[in-house]
Each structure stands twice: as C-alpha cells, then as structure tokens.
Design a protein around this ligand. Structure first.
Ligand SMILES: *Cc1c(COP(=O)(O)O)cnc(C)c1O
Length: 388
C-alpha cells in the first residue's frame, strides 16, 4: 500500500501507555496502580437496580435517544440540589456512553476544522484525539507545581486565546494532577470566556471525589456561563461502576442540540438497563457520597505517606483517584524510563505524566499512582515501594 492505512488526524495516537503498562503488570506480577478504576464494585442496591431493570424488561431495547426520562430528571435534580443549577430534563440534559462519548460528541459537534481548543496540560488522553478527530488544533496551557499543588497560570491562559479559539476544555477535579480549581481561578476563566466569547466544555467526572477543605464548583454557575458551558459528568467514578459507561451532558438547548447531533451517529444510545440503575443511584442519601469521599481520603493518605517515605516528592491531591509524584528526589529524571523499570525494580506499576503532555519535557519528572484500590493492595504497594 502506498498510503498508510491510518489517517493523518490520528496517526500520532498509537496504542495508549495503559495497554503497555497493564501488560507489564500482568507479566511481572506487579501491583497495578496505573489505570484508574476501582478494584471493588459500587453499591449492591445499585447493582440490584440494574438486574431488576433487565428482568423487568426496562432498557433491554433501544432507549430514547436523549436518555430515559427517569435519568434525565435525576441528573437535573442533582444539578439543582447540589449546585443551584436549573436544567430542563427534556431540552437541556443528554445521556451519553460515559463521559468519553460526551467529550467526543461535544468536540465533534462544536469545533470547526481549524478552530483552536485550549486544554489544561497535562490532559486526559482522549482530549487530544477528539480535538484531532474534530479537525481542531489543540493549544495546551500547562499546569505547574507551586506550593505542593499544580496551578493554572491565568496570564498564560489569557495569552493562549486567539481569534481562532473556539473553546476551553476544562477538567476539575483534574486528572492526573488532583488539582481542584478554586473559586478565584474559575471566576477568572469565566470572565475570560465571556470577554472573548468562548465556549467552555468542562469534564467534571470527579465532582464527588474531593477531599479535605476542597470544594468542587461547576463553572456553569458563574456569571455569564450558563449559556456557554457544556458540563460533562458520569456515573463511573461516582458509583464505582466504570464498566457501565453511563455519562451525561447538561447545557443550554442549542448546545445540547450540537452535542446530540454528533452523539446520535456515534453510539445513538447505550446502556439501557444501567440508565435505570443510575437514575436510582443519583438519589442515594448524602451519607453514600460522604462515605465514598472518606474512604478515598484515607486511601490517598495511606499511599501518599508511603510514597513520601519511599523518597518521592508527593503532590497530595485535593480530588480524583490519583497522586502525582516528582521522581527527582530519587535521582531520576525520565518518568517514562522510570515507569518501564519500576515493575522490575519493586513490582509496582505507575503511569508517566509525559504521555499527558504536548511539551513532554515539562512532564518528564512526574509519575502518577492510582489509589482507588483496596486497602490491602495499597499496603502491599507501599511495602514494595519501600524497597526502592
Ligand atoms: C475516567 C475519566 C473519563 C471517562 O469517563 P467514562 O464515564 O468512563 O467515559 C473522562 N474524563 C476523565 C478526566 C476521567 O478521568
């Protein structure tokens, strides 16, 4: 063949680092703190609700395109009760195949070829691929460590906006750094979006996973933002059912229409019976959400303390499933080489930050560990890391 079979838009996206590292974990018998999924399932009652839906014949055939009304209403109630954001379940809520499809559909539905899309770097791996599929140009703005936290430089963000900027792709709480954007940061981003007439697509899948004093604030609630913000979340992380792939979008009707126009030709619909179960899950009492947070906070501290003792510089995250570390105190500089060697050295798998950067050198010394694992698994990992 004269022409390579993969189109140019996707040529730079080979197989993900997660596949390589998971294979390495399996072949070396390592503790896998690479990929971010819990190793225990979510609430029994929610699993039972899915079984009941299947048995009762609810959702076994194509559900409605925008999602079942019960789930759209539960999402609208969730946004109103938690954040004071009112959305009409019929015209302003769309159910998707996880947040992943919501991100893809939002970018495909809103970005014209040649448009620039600003994303916070390091960024979740699907963002770059989806911007490319939409024919857009990604413009990374780098979060940098300052006082134990990865911080957004608002002047850099402002300087990244050009006449071709279509939207800002936000993620808070932020994977992989664990940063939760503050009220001041979000207010500044919102003011910039209003001033330059930009859309904001915001990935808030970790909205319930915030620890200590940190508070998740949706940017859609800031002045002038409701009509220009596409808010994305999903059930995977909040309810520990990442395999169910139930996600959702809330936005003004014209924005929902744009996202739905792409979404209907991606999956059309998905996860029928699981939609019924998640509609129930969103109505779990507050104690469910606070216990989930407390359980994860304890796990964060267990792993963070172990990593610090093993000699890493630790950025204790305010949210998400992930701890970012700096390997330079260990005399290391290259996170990719470090992560390839780590299973052999001590039987633990982690993910190098560099794969989440356009400016790979900026991410080189950082390595990410997932702590959404059983306590005994984390204790085992800490013991192994102590042998470094
Ligand atoms: C896990 C994750 C997603 C994917 O969510 P799904 O609902 O499983 O598709 C999206 N964004 C971020 C930042 C994530 O960490």
């Amino acid at each position: 063949m004269k022409r390579p079979p993969l189109n140019r838009r996707l040529a730079e996206f080979g197989t993900t680092i997660f596949a390589e590292m998971s294979a390495l974990a399996a072949s070396t018998g390592s503790v896998n703190l690479g990929q971010g999924f819990p190793d225990t399932d979510g609430p029994e009652a929610v699993a039972e609700a899915a079984v009941r839906a299947i048995r009762d014949g609810r959702g076994n055939q194509y559900p409605p395109g925008p999602g079942i009304p019960e789930l759209r209403t539960a999402v609208a109630d969730h946004q109103r009760e938690r954040y004071g954001l009112a959305y009409d379940p019929d015209t302003e809520v769309l159910v998707t195949a996880g947040a992943t499809e919501a991100i893809a559909a939002a970018l495909l539905g809103l970005v014209e070829p040649g448009d620039e899309v600003i994303a916070l770097e390091p960024y979740y791996d699907s963002y770059a691929a989806c911007v490319a599929m939409a024919g857009g140009t990604r413009v990374p703005v780098t979060l940098r460590p300052r006082d134990g936290r990865f911080v957004l430089d608002l002047d850099e963000l402002r300087a990244a906006v050009t006449d071709r900027t279509r939207l800002i792709l936000l993620n808070t709480p932020h994977n992989p750094t664990g940063t939760v954007l503050t009220r001041e940061e979000l207010a500044a981003i919102a003011a910039l979006a209003v001033e330059r007439d930009l859309l904001v697509v915001t990935d808030e899948v970790y909205e319930h996973l915030v620890f200590g004093g940190a508070e998740h604030l949706p940017i859609a609630a800031f002045p002038g933002m409701r009509e220009r913000t596409v808010t994305i979340s999903s059930a995977g992380k909040t309810f520990s059912f990442t395999g169910w792939k139930v996600g959702w979008v809330t936005a003004a009707p014209e924005l929902i229409t744009a996202v739905r126009s792409a979404k209907q030709y991606l999956t059309y619909v998905s996860a029928g019976p699981f939609q019924y179960a998640i509609a129930e899950a969103l109505r779990l009492p507050d104690t469910y959400f606070s216990e989930l947070r407390e359980d994860l906070r304890a796990k964060r501290d267990l792993l963070a303390d172990g990593l610090a003792q093993a000699g890493f510089e630790v950025f204790r995250p305010q949210g998400t499933y992930f701890i970012t570390t700096d390997i330079r105190p260990l005399g290391e500089h290259d996170g990719i080489a470090f992560c390839r060697a780590l299973p052999g050295r001590c039987g633990v798998v982690a993910i190098p930050h560099a794969v989440f950067y356009d400016h790979r050198d900026q991410g080189a010394p950082f390595v990410r560990f997932a702590f959404c694992k059983r306590t005994e698994v984390l204790q085992d990992a800490v013991k192994r890391l102590a042998g470094l």
